[in-house]
Each structure stands twice: as C-alpha cells, then as structure tokens.
Design a protein around this ligand. Structure first.
Ligand code: ZN
Length: 274
C-alpha cells in the first residue's frame, strides 16, 4: 500500500481528534464561564432589601445564589423572606436568629432588642417555616468555596469575627481558598498570606496561593454606617469577588416595623446603618 494516503489519513484523524479535544475541553470549561454567584447574608426579614438585592443580582446576570443565614429576626417580613429563599432552593447555612426563631423559646441570651424581635418572629412564622430553619446546616462547601454564618472554628457558638486574630482562628479550619461568612453585618475581607490582614472587598482578586475569609455584609440591617443593602458577587470566570451596595424602599420597611409593633429603634437604626 502506498505510504502517502496512509500518512494523509493519519494526519486527518489526528487533526480531527485534536479539534474534538479542544471542543471537549471548552465544554468542560464552559460551565465555569457561566457561573456567577450572588452571595447574600443577614436578610433579617427585610423584604424590600431582599427583593432589591435579588433584582440587582439578576440584572447582573448571576446564575447561582447562596445564602449565609439569618433570614429572619429584627424586621417585619420573616415568613415572606423564608418563602423567597426556600423557593430559590439554593445552598443555605444557619444563622443564630434562624436557630432561635425555630425553637419554642430562646436557648441563649440575645440583647433586649433582638429578643423582642425574635419573640415576635416566632409568632409570625408557620411550622413549615420553622422546620425549614431547623434543618439548615452550620457550614458547607459550595463548588470550591466554603460558607458559614459566624466562624469556622466553632460555627455553633456564634462568635464574631471583627479583627485579624478572630479571623486567624477561622483560617485554621478553612480548607478552601475562599470562605464567605456574615453575622457581623460589616462587609470586608481577611486575607491570609504570610500573616493575616484586613482588606476592602470592592473588586477583590482571588489568588490561589492565599486564603480569603470574606464577609459579604448584611442585606437587611447593615452596620457599617451605610444604610444600603450589601451583598457580594463571585465572578468565577474572572476570579474576582465584587462588593455591591443597593438602595431599597427603606421608608416602607420602617413603616412595617412600626405597624407590626416591633421596637421603634429597629426602624430608626436602619437609616443609620447601625
Ligand atoms: Zn445577623
């Protein structure tokens, strides 16, 4: 047999297989390019802020949603917020207010303001809502990042991560490059490289050689002096975490709190971002 056609055929097969491989590889990579996570926390029964954040996330073409807990407590629409997140069927972890609202009575000391709100919240949730809050996990892995409400070193103790030392304790238990958390209602990130330092999120570039413990802020009751709802977008394709602040119908939320008979201070603190 002539060697030339054989060589020609082999060459064509090789080229076809190479083409197939590149199509296959891009198909494998494609889902990542399509993934854009909206990561939100501490909704605290603030329906107007929740709806505004979700509308912004959809406008920004987020494909996946993740909730870091405290769906209820403080504000006047606990049932509605539970329904929204439950229907989204997205990864969720438990917050301290979710825990307390799902119990028959409080098992640990909240301050007077939070306690008044949690008692009111219990009366305004259905049994089904409470069951959904009860079954939430304390922490979990989503794709290649971790989520937790408070800390990784003792997620069920509800400690607060405000400084580098607090963050260092969580980093000890962090096995993924990125972990998102909430609970303090103060957005910001801790980065572990040589040591631990605090950085602003804004547009945070993720480097594989470091570790990141990122607070996405609070949707329903921000406490960093900015009243606008906070959440983060994780752009998987660009390896960037972006902080978002969203205006919402604050007056309606405040009116509902007062009409519900919840402490007036809960309405007043919202506009101060405290
Ligand atoms: Zn909270």
């Amino acid at each position: 047999m002539n060697g030339f056609p054989l060589c020609f055929a082999a060459c064509r097969i090789w080229r076809a297989s190479w083409k197939f491989r590149s199509i296959y590889e891009s198909l494998i990579a494609y889902p990542n390019l399509l993934m854009r996570f909206a990561i939100f926390s501490d909704l605290h029964a603030n329906l107007e802020a929740t709806e505004a954040v979700l509308a912004d996330a959809r406008e920004r073409e987020c494909t996946h949603f993740v909730c870091l807990g405290d769906v209820v407590g403080y504000n006047a629409n606990p049932h509605e917020c539970v329904e929204i997140v439950r229907k989204m069927d997205c990864p969720v972890v438990k917050g301290n207010h979710d825990e307390q609202a799902s119990l028959a009575e409080s098992s640990r000391g909240f301050n007077a303001l939070a306690e008044a709100a949690i008692n009111w919240t219990r009366e305004h949730l259905t049994e089904e809502d409470k069951e959904w809050l009860r079954q939430m996990r304390m922490s979990r892995q989503v794709r290649d990042f971790t989520i937790v409400h408070a800390t990784l070193d003792s997620p069920d103790q509800w400690a607060y991560v405000f400084n580098n030392l607090d963050a260092a304790a969580s980093f000890t238990y962090q096995h993924t490059t990125v972990c998102f958390f909430g609970h303090t209602h103060v957005p910001g990130a801790f980065v572990r490289d040589e040591g631990v330092k605090r950085v602003k999120v804004d547009q945070l570039m993720i480097e594989e050689s470091k570790k990141y413990f990122i607070n996405v802020g609070s949707v329903g009751q921000p406490r960093d002096g900015d009243w606008r709802a906070a959440y983060c977008i994780y752009h998987i394709d660009k390896n960037v975490v972006e902080q978002r602040r969203i205006k919402y119908d604050l007056a309606t939320t405040q009116k509902k709190i007062i009409q519900a008979g919840l402490p007036r201070l809960l309405a007043e603190r919202l506009e101060l971002g405290r």
